[in-house]
Design a binder for this molecule. Structure first.
Ligand code: MRU
Length: 339
């Protein structure tokens, strides 16, 4: 059996289980696939963002657990290794959801085939969730729309077409004449490096801007919608996404521009009452001081580097999920508690 997506590939039969990741730290200039052989390699890949995006890290961790089970790792060892994957990044709840599903099977019914089947099911399910969410969201986009997006939410961040970028892609494929403004997304440049790479490949018209240009463009009437993804949605509709998303939402609110969040149900955390409970990943200071070998800030300075921020539900126009598109009224009625 073969599983293939833009950034992850697996080849599985009774004698082998190959798990490959497209190293996203090297994009857009180098397209290098890495063969992940151990749990430590997968954890390193998740922490260093070689594989990234909330849904995709959940899928990758599930397949890693399946690969270990396939190789004959014992039940107890597998539970320890799963816990290490669970803790690799703290904000994206998809990772925890997927690892929880895998560990339930390991605990309740330790059987190598069942563990592999569940990981494959999680991969295929993510493809389907992207399809449904993209179809729901594409209805909201119209000819002539000029849409701002932040970070990378496409095929590189999921097993399928993506979340926010999936919506944009399907609208474009339906023949809607849209133009995308891509926030560069400081400090790790997921917009500049990854979203630009994807949109260019897809032939979707876009313009790259730095994050601090968005409000100016809004004031000039050049942006009339914004759509982003999410790493965790609380039941009151607050949500965490890549740092800078909150600024996009505030800017949209001031300029009366509709602001949408697109995510599968696997991103909703029913145990999280509001955004203040979402853990925010703090990353290394070097990421703010430079990129790769290029360092522009002096040594020995104080740096603050939260990787995500929380956008309050009051700033969201509509929540695009796989089941349906929800309005504020639906969220107030508690629809996210059981989606
Ligand atoms: O740190 P990253 O690159 O994993 O952050 C990704 C995002 O913030 C995405 O917007 C998010 O995962 C939702 S899209 C699939």
């Amino acid at each position: 059996m073969k599983l293939e997506s833009l950034a992850l590939a697996a080849e599985i039969d009774s004698s082998k289980f190959n798990l490959l990741l497209l190293d996203q730290t090297l994009l857009p200039h180098e397209e290098k696939w890495i063969d992940i052989k151990s749990n430590d390699e997968m954890i390193e890949a998740i922490k260093s963002l070689r594989v990234r995006g909330a849904p995709l890290i959940g899928v990758a961790a599930s397949l890693m657990i399946a690969k270990l089970a396939h190789a004959g790792v014992s039940r107890d060892e597998l539970l320890v290794m799963s816990q290490m994957l669970f803790e690799a990044r703290p904000t994206a709840v998809n990772l925890m959801n997927c690892v929880d599903r895998m560990t339930k099977v390991i605990r309740d019914n330790f059987n190598k085939e069942k563990i592999v089947d569940l990981a494959v099911q999680i991969f295929n399910e993510d493809v389907q969730l992207c399809e449904r969410m993209s179809a729901n969201g594409a209805e909201l986009l119209q000819d002539g729309d000029q849409i701002l997006t932040h970070c990378n939410t496409g095929g590189l961040a999921t097993a399928g077409v993506g979340t926010a970028l999936g919506v944009i892609r399907r609208a474009h494929e339906h023949g809607k004449k849209i133009h995308v403004y891509v926030d560069e997304t400081r400090p790790l440049l997921q917009g500049g490096r990854l979203t630009s790479w994807e949109l260019k490949k897809l032939g979707i018209p876009f313009t790259l801007i730095t994050d601090n240009m968005a409000a100016h463009l809004m004031s000039l009437g050049k942006i009339n919608k914004a759509i982003v993804g999410s790493d965790r949605i609380a039941v009151n509709g607050d949500f965490a996404n890549k740092i800078g998303t909150y600024s996009v939402a505030v800017n949209c609110f001031y300029h009366r521009i509709p602001f949408y969040v697109a995510a599968p149900y696997t991103t909703v955390d029913p145990l999280c009452a509001n955004g203040s409970f979402i853990p925010i990943e703090q990353r290394k200071r070097e990421e703010v001081k430079g990129y790769g070998d290029l360092q522009w800030a002096p040594n020995d300075i104080e740096v603050y580097n939260p990787s995500f921020d929380v956008t309050p539900h009051q700033l969201v126009t509509e929540w695009i999920l796989d089941k349906a598109v929800y309005f504020k009224k639906d969220i107030e009625e508690g629809v996210l508690k059981s989606c």
